[in-house]
Ligand binder design. Structure first.
Ligand code: UT7
Length: 328
């Protein structure tokens, strides 16, 4: 038994925040942002809306493509670092809004690797035979935790959501074939948001000290991301008796075009094999991979039996790669 993707969808808010807009907000410029990151614009959700408002339409698109109705779902796993609120989970909010009346579920915080964490978790429930229909969502409203006075971060992040429906297949040659995932808490001082948790709950002081915003040491994360994603991707390809030329599509986390390019070069992939949409959305954290996968499928960039590798790196640090064979 293997877990296959039977539907994929995405949703982004309409409002665009362009590099020209950011030039008016912080000391930056279009050329720096494009050459250093590859980003031209990001989408920003309305202030009064929560992440689930993007997760639900993304999920509905994936469900409709799979021909699965919400009440058929066994489980909903949502990957996010920006749930609508801390308690209850965003999965509960999505469940209610979808009217998925026969399922259970929860949130996963795996930073930018969150979607791969949720996806591989769902695959285990399907391979075990326990569940037949699982909705996996990656969604983040990064604009809620970005300081638009900090040029180191505000140029990078955006809002968005992507979702897949997973179901079992008796054909073991399709669907999820392998995954390699890592967690290293030594990355805690390189990418973090310290306020709002149990250690530093919200107070006037935490707000004044700007502890409810995301911070990162860009250079450290950059190097670790290139090395981490390239290593797990090369390893998973070799481990499964494949070479780079067997991979039809590489779907990496979209954090920086230079990271994607460096990883692709290290593995020996050409541009046609790599999905890049960072110029339109920036880094949408847990949403980047399902969003990229959904757009690639809309553009018919994969077909049945194609080998696909997804790879990510994020806060923790957490990183890894997933190998699958496209089944649609
Ligand atoms: O998704 C989670 C994982 N996150 C990532 O993977 C992000 C990883 N890191 C990066 O993408 C890059 O490190 C950044 C895009 C964040 C920064 O690019 P960089 O090439 O590493 O630049 P830098 O931090 O080394 O800064 C170079 C210069 C500095 O000036 P000096 O010290 O050389 O005078 C910065 O102050 O660029 C300056 N700078 C800016 N200039 C214009 C930093 N941010 C900006 C800005 N506009 N927005």
């Amino acid at each position: 038994m293997r877990a296959i993707i039977t539907g994929v969808g995405h949703h982004v808010p309409e409002r665009k925040l362009t590099n020209a807009d950011l030039e008016k907000m912080v000391d930056t410029n279009n050329e720096w942002i494009i050459t250093r990151t590859g980003i031209r614009e990001r989408r920003i959700l309305e202030k009064e809306k929560g992440t689930s408002e993007m997760a639900v339409p993304a999920a509905q698109a994936a469900l409709s493509q799979a021909g699965v109705s919400p009440d058929e779902l066994d489980m909903i796993i949502t990957a996010t670092v920006t749930p609508d609120q801390i308690v209850p989970s965003m999965a509960a909010m999505v469940q209610k809004k979808l009217g998925a009346s026969n399922c259970w579920g929860y949130d996963i915080n795996g930073g930018c690797t969150g979607f791969l964490c949720a996806f591989t978790t769902a695959a285990q429930f399907i391979e075990s035979g326990r569940h037949q229909k699982i909705l996996v969502i990656g969604a983040d409203k990064m604009s809620a935790i970005v300081d638009y006075k900090d040029r180191n971060t505000c140029i990078l992040f955006g809002d968005g959501a992507g979702a897949v429906v997973m179901e079992p297949s008796p054909d073991t040659n399709e669907g999820v074939q392998d995954f390699i995932l890592h967690l290293d808490g030594n990355g805690e001082n390189s990418l973090y948001m310290t306020g709002g948790g149990s250690l530093k709950p919200a107070t006037l002081a935490t707000v004044n000290d700007k502890l409810h915003y995301i911070y990162q040491d860009g250079r450290t994360v950059f190097k670790a991301a290139v090395n981490g994603m390239a290593e797990t991707t090369s390893r998973i390809i070799k481990k499964n008796g494949l070479t780079g030329s067997d991979i039809s599509l590489f779907v990496p986390h979209q954090a920086n075009y230079r990271i994607i390019d460096a990883v692709a070069r290290k593995i020996g992939l050409n541009q046609d094999q790599v999905v890049v949409n960072i110029e339109k959305y920036g880094n949408t954290t847990a949403a980047t991979i399902p969003l990229a996968l959904s757009e690639a499928w809309e553009d018919r960039r994969m077909k049945k039996n194609d080998w696909i590798v997804m790879a990510a790196f994020g806060a923790g640090f957490t990183w890894g790669s997933v190998l699958l064979r496209w089944a649609m």
